[in-house]
Ligand binder design. Structure first.
Ligand code: ZN
Length: 322
């Protein structure tokens, strides 16, 4: 019997990854290429279409077919799959992504924001499977957020919801790329954690991390040092956790969710963030919503976005319409 696969696309500011996804959520790797260096959005879409064609030919060779294509993109996306703004991949600004790709491929194409793709992947196949309403927080280069409410994605009236990284945690704190100051992203992302470490090292704080070159210094190394009881590394991760807990207390009070799913590279150190996160959450939020809100690590790693995008391609009607 012939099988139907979907193609999931994880388009980031640096790389684009495509994979085949079957109906059991199994991922088989397709292509990966640099998303930089395209002068127009149309060129990037033409390249993506060519990679999709290769996958389509591959499955057709086995007598199978592609049902749908879904893409997670780094930007704000409207209900028609047009990219409204893409600060980290400017060539996509204003591009009718879904329409153009669908015209080239002649299979259904749906597009959503990358953080929402991760949230939807975790909902269908990952840590969010048993949660009806939850927030996905992605701690990577920045901090992303994707909101699932009563089993459906809430993207907001204008497609702008879920920007959890820009919740304020320090009124006059570090300036942020969004134009504000003191956003969560400036403290609890990998970038923010490294900034805290560098500042402390420059002030002469002793640490295992002082022996690393600036290229070798990463959030993973900070986690490793903390596990070796390095005081500076532990302190920086606790500060990241404390600020995350502060922002999540607001979420608990506002939305009374079943849980929070923490994804991204920094999630590997979630256990090190947790004591300070929990303390802050319970100190600031009402007891009932704070206790209700489970804090879980994402279960799908780098595949969450691919899996969520592929499923969204097949079934794009999971978004609440405002
Ligand atoms: Zn910001």
């Amino acid at each position: 019997m012939s099988r139907v696969y979907d193609i999931g696309i994880d388009l980031g500011g640096t790389n684009c990854r495509l994979a085949l996804v079957d109906d059991q959520g199994r991922v088989s790797e397709g292509a990966r290429f640099s998303s930089r260096g395209f002068s127009r959005g149309g060129e990037l879409i033409t390249r993506i279409a060519a990679e999709c064609r290769t996958l389509m030919d591959q499955v057709a060779g086995d007598g199978d077919r592609i049902g749908a294509v879904g893409a997670g993109v780094p930007g704000l996306v409207d209900a028609q799959g047009q990219v409204v703004a893409a600060p980290n991949l400017g060539v996509l600004d204003g591009v009718a992504f879904a329409e153009e790709l669908q015209r080239l491929l002649e299979v259904p194409v749906a597009v959503l924001n990358d953080a929402n793709a991760i949230a939807w992947g975790e909902k269908i196949w990952g840590a969010g499977r048993d949660l009806r309403s939850f927030l996905t927080v992605t701690l990577g280069t920045g901090v992303g957020g994707g909101l699932v409410l009563a089993e459906r994605l809430w993207v907001g009236v204008d497609g702008c919801a879920g920007e959890f990284g820009h919740v304020n945690v320090e009124p006059e704190g570090r300036s942020c790329g969004c134009g504000s100051r003191g956003c969560l992203e400036q403290y609890s992302s990998a970038t923010g954690i490294l900034r805290s470490v560098r500042t402390a090292l420059e002030q002469g704080r002793p640490s295992l991390l002082a022996t690393l070159s600036s290229e070798a210094l990463s959030a993973a190394e900070v986690g490793r040092a903390a596990r070796q009881d390095d005081a500076l590394a532990r302190e920086v991760l606790q500060d990241a956790g404390r600020r995350l807990g502060q922002a999540l207390a607001g979420v608990a009070n506002l939305l009374n969710l079943d849980g929070v799913v923490v994804c991204g590279g920094v999630a590997e150190s979630l256990d090190l963030l947790m004591p300070a996160l929990r303390e802050e959450l319970y100190r600031r939020a009402f007891e009932r919503p704070a206790r209700r809100m489970k804090i879980l690590a994402g279960a799908l790693g780098d595949n969450a976005g691919i899996l969520g995008a592929a499923r969204f391609g097949r079934d794009p009607d999971v978004v609440w319409t405002a």
